[in-house]
Design a protein around this ligand. Structure first.
Ligand SMILES: [Zn+2]
Length: 121
């Protein structure tokens, strides 16, 4: 097959393809028109439809109780040489160097050691 024939051949095939595409496109267009018509009909039907608004559904409010878990640990911090103990977040507590600090899990244990509660506690 010569180069020319080859080109001619592919050109012909391309032409056929375009023709097919055109046909497909026409088909699509018809399909689109059909769909548009159907949609129109549906819309008409929909307008004739009496819209019944449903009663508002009363959903029971679920109250979720936040229960403080008794295992939630609080840490109190006191300076070894200090007189008061603090909550972890107290600025005084943050000033205590870790090596000088004493930690307590309960107020009572701090009180038992002779510390007094800071106003943050
Ligand atoms: Zn404090």
């Amino acid at each position: 097959m010569s180069f020319q024939n080859n080109v001619k051949g592919s050109f012909h095939r391309a032409k056929e393809d375009i023709k097919k595409l055109q046909e497909d496109f026409m088909g699509l267009k018809q399909g689109q028109q059909m769909v548009a018509k159907i949609l129109e009909d549906i819309q008409k039907d929909f307008k004739n439809f009496r819209v019944v608004t449903p009663k508002p559904v009363v959903t029971e409010r679920v109250v979720v109780k936040t229960v403080k878990s008794p295992t939630a640990k609080k840490t109190y911090i006191a300076a070894k040489e200090g007189k008061k103990f603090h909550e972890k977040n107290c600025p005084y507590a943050k000033n205590i160097q870790p090596k000088n600090s004493v930690k307590f899990n309960t107020k009572d244990s701090a009180l038992n050691k002779g510390y007094k509660a800071c106003r943050c506690v």
